[in-house]
Ligand binder design. Structure first.
Ligand SMILES: Nc1ncnc2c1ncn2[C@@H]1O[C@H](COP(=O)(O)OP(=O)(O)OP(=O)(O)O)[C@@H](O)[C@H]1O
Length: 330
């Protein structure tokens, strides 16, 4: 729902026993000079006027205006249509503004459907919450408002699912950066500059995208088996991307790397300050199993649970494999 006021229309808001009257007014400058703000505009300004009894002045300054601003921010966030962006190959760009293609972000994963150790889950939630609420703190210590998370663990343990849960929790957009289709550090920089705040920038399987000598990995081969000679994103390009450039682009961005092999990554890439929190996604423990059983079967207690607990202590099985087995079979 959106509300608007017509010119000279009034609306009264009741706040803690006080009446707050909002009206929309037009102000035409008295100066003879005509200021044009675009076609047909003559410098006329429209604004909202708030009228209240003088005895409510402190209430308005200390409580009502902060309340209105917070409500406004929430309304904008609620109305915001979130997007999942993926980078296009450079040849398809019609300019930098066209570097990303976007679709509606509609992943259903949340922290309550995410199966992992509950204590660790709470730590991550607290960390994200703290990040989101720390704009003033980052400004006061002179650091850019950004945070890096490294998600590592075997396939099917929920790294992508965690990213979706983070985006849903924070109400952020997701930029899924496919590094293997970026041809140079300059292109990487241009892609980055086109990202917006309130977003999570994701590089999945980072170890498969660049190698530790700073050259591109040889994963991507041309048809005749030759290495793709055009690929020139380097480790230092990625390091610049993570820290050097942030300051140019404002804040409220999270960057997430995922990998199945943390041990293969250059320590420079994942040191604290770049990847602030390292999160291990591991095989299914009993606590994770209970979340999956509840999600998939609606079962919270079962006579087989003690046997399952024992089995999960003995074998490594990913949450993806457990989930697959909990799906109804035809
Ligand atoms: N921890 C988890 N909690 C809930 N569901 C999970 C979890 N892990 C895996 N799943 C289920 O398994 C599917 C695959 O998991 P996901 O893609 O998140 O794993 P991944 O660790 O990113 O795997 P890969 O390393 O192969 O990319 C998900 O769509 C989800 O349904």
């Amino acid at each position: 729902m959106s509300l608007a006021l017509d010119d000279h229309e009034d609306v009264v808001d009741h706040f803690r026993g006080a009446n707050m009257r909002w009206s929309k007014i037009k102000v035409v400058p008295r100066a003879t000079t005509i200021v044009t703000n675009g076609p047909g505009r003559t410098g006329e300004r429209r604004m909202y006027r708030l009228t209240f009894h003088r005895r409510h002045r402190r209430l308005v300054e200390d409580a009502y205006l902060p309340h209105v601003l917070a409500e406004g921010r929430d309304a904008i966030a609620r109305a915001r249509q979130r997007s999942l962006h993926t980078n296009k190959p450079k040849d398809d760009w019609e300019g930098d503004y066209d570097a990303w293609s976007s679709v509606k972000f509609e992943h259903p994963s949340t922290f309550s459907t995410l199966a992992m150790d509950p204590t660790r889950k709470q730590e991550i939630l607290d960390d994200l919450q703290m990040f989101r609420d720390s704009r003033d703190y980052y400004a006061s210590i002179g650091k850019t408002w950004k945070r890096g998370y490294l998600l590592f663990g075997p396939p099917g343990t929920g790294k992508s699912t965690m990213i979706a849960a983070m985006a849903n929790f924070l109400d952020y957009d997701v930029y899924d950066l496919e590094l293997t289709s970026v041809k140079s550090n300059t292109e990487l920089k241009r892609l980055f500059i086109r990202t917006k705040g309130k977003s999570i920038i994701v590089i999945e399987d980072i170890d498969c995208s660049i190698d530790l000598t700073g050259k591109r990995s040889n994963k991507k081969k041309t048809d005749d088996g030759e290495k793709d000679k055009e690929s020139k994103v380097t480790l230092s390009g990625v390091l610049n991307f993570i820290d050097g450039l942030w300051s140019a682009c404002g804040g409220e961005r999270i960057i997430v790397f995922t990998t199945n092999h943390k041990e293969n990554l250059d320590p420079a890439l994942i040191r604290r300050g770049r990847m602030d929190m390292h999160i291990e996604m591991s095989y299914c423990c009993f606590e994770s199993f209970k979340v999956l059983a509840k999600n998939y079967l609606g079962v919270e207690e079962h006579y087989m649970f003690s046997e399952i607990r024992q089995l999960l202590g003995e074998v490594n099985i990913s949450p993806a494999d457990v989930a697959e087995n909990l799906m109804p079979r035809s």
